[in-house]
Design a protein around this ligand. Structure first.
Ligand code: NAD
Ligand code: DAU
Length: 349
């Protein structure tokens, strides 16, 4: 029996990873450790919460004693570390929260693993990171694993710092680590502060669709379950000390993506074609907005045989269907804290 600690398992990507591991590995004991910040939601895991290879523990990775006690109490074999502050706009308002969780929290976990693992045989610390650490591209080029780090936002600077600590612990203490850097995820359970669910929710409620600047920024989009499958693969077969880039081979200009969502939503809600596009509103740009991200994921493709499976057309349709079928999930989120956040970000923008 292996005990795997998944941090941030109540969040968007984490909940898909927890579900995959719990269902696929009945002989593992899966511990989901999550502080349940605004982004953590146990409703994401209702379908698996009673399985006997799963347990949820509420806790904060910035709490050193708590993390050390956890590693003492449970004989943890592997860590899949997803807990983080994840939203760029929030990092612009409050960088310190990102330094605390993304940097200090990660170092707490590294220390706990280093101290409690008497020898590193069979152990693995897997750190989940982002393509944003590489900075911003112009019209040409793609991020490779060897691309120099050049983070531009407080979020990506904190993630870059955590990546450096993970590598430093491998280099200095031989901690058995792997890192992946992935592009933009989309799919069910994503908090509606992020572009795709925000646009779906606003179209549903006939609210303006805020497009930053001229909508010319480009992102590469990957369906969240394809990311979870890549994480499973790297956790089990990735080479210790290595980094793998993960991407969808699927670049979209924001404005084109928002228009595509408008078309799918009009169809689904049986509204006249073109109705939702009228809601598009160009607003003040994000400070320091990275122009383009593009991932070269040929290493994980050739070395581990991973491929993104779901094409974007079907991924977007599945995502839209999920949000329209799970109104309760959305309703529970878009009240309270979210309303305050929304007003602060978008009123007077
Ligand atoms: P999310 O914001 O949806 O979820 C983060 C989770 O971490 C939440 O459940 C939250 O409660 C938990 N958390 C936050 N602070 C914590 C703390 N101090 N202690 C314990 N738990 C805490 O994020 P996500 O989009 O699912 O991203 C997960 C990871 O993947 C992050 O590390 C992020 O940087 C990385 N990533 C995300 C994307 C993306 O497109 N969303 C792409 C590449 C990499
Ligand atoms: O690239 C991976 C990263 O993708 C992850 O590491 C982050 O955790 C994740 O949040 C995401 O970051 P982005 O900043 O790219 O995602 P976001 O959904 O916030 O924005 C996507 C693009 O859409 C970006 O160019 C900004 C733009 N945007 C976003 C919002 C919320 C808008 O035009 N309007 C909006 O209201």
């Amino acid at each position: 029996m292996k005990t795997i600690l998944i941090t941030g398992g109540a969040g968007f990507i984490g909940s898909h990873v927890v579900r995959l591991f719990v269902n696929k590995y009945p002989d593992y004991s899966i511990i989901n450790l999550d502080a349940l910040t605004y982004a953590g939601n146990l409703e994401n895991l209702r379908d698996i919460e009673t399985q006997n290879n799963y347990q949820f523990i509420k806790g904060d990775i910035t709490d050193i004693d708590f993390i050390n006690n956890l590693f003492t109490k449970y004989n943890i074999d592997g860590v899949v570390h997803l807990a983080a502050e994840s939203h760029v706009d929030r990092s612009i308002e409050d960088p310190m929260a990102f330094i605390n969780t993304n940097v200090l929290g990660t170092v707490n976990l590294l220390n706990a693993a280093k101290e409690s693992w008497k020898n590193f045989e069979g152990k693995r610390f897997y750190h989940i990171s982002t393509d944003e650490v590489y900075g911003s591209l112009g019209d040409e080029g793609m991020f490779l694993e060897t691309t120099a780090y050049d983070p531009k936002s407080p979020y990506s600077a904190a993630k870059a710092s955590s990546d450096h600590f993970v590598r430093a612990y491998h280099n200095t203490y031989k901690l058995p680590v792997v890192i992946t850097n992935c592009s933009n995820n989309y799919g069910p359970n994503q908090f509606p502060e992020k572009l795709i669910p925000l646009v779906i929710n606003n179209i549903k409620n006939k609210k303006p669709l805020p497009v930053y600047g001229k909508g010319e920024n480009i992102r590469d989009w990957l369906y969240v379950e394809d990311h979870a499958k890549a994480i499973d693969l790297v956790f089990h077969q990735g080479t210790i000390g290595e980094t793998y880039n993960i991407g969808g081979k699927n670049e979209w200009k924001n404005i084109d993506l928002v228009r595509a969502l408008c078309r799918v939503m009009d169809e689904n809600l049986q509204r006249p074609n073109g109705e939702s596009e009228k809601l598009i509103t160009f607003v003040k740009d994000r400070a320091g907005h990275d122009l383009r991200y593009a991932i070269d994921c040929s290493k994980i493709v050739s070395e581990l045989g991973w491929q993104p499976e779901l094409d974007f057309e079907n991924g977007i349709r599945k995502t839209v269907d999920w949000y329209l079928e799970n109104e309760d999930w959305l309703e529970h989120i878009v009240s309270g804290e979210y309303e305050n956040y929304y007003k602060q970000q978008y009123n007077n923008r």
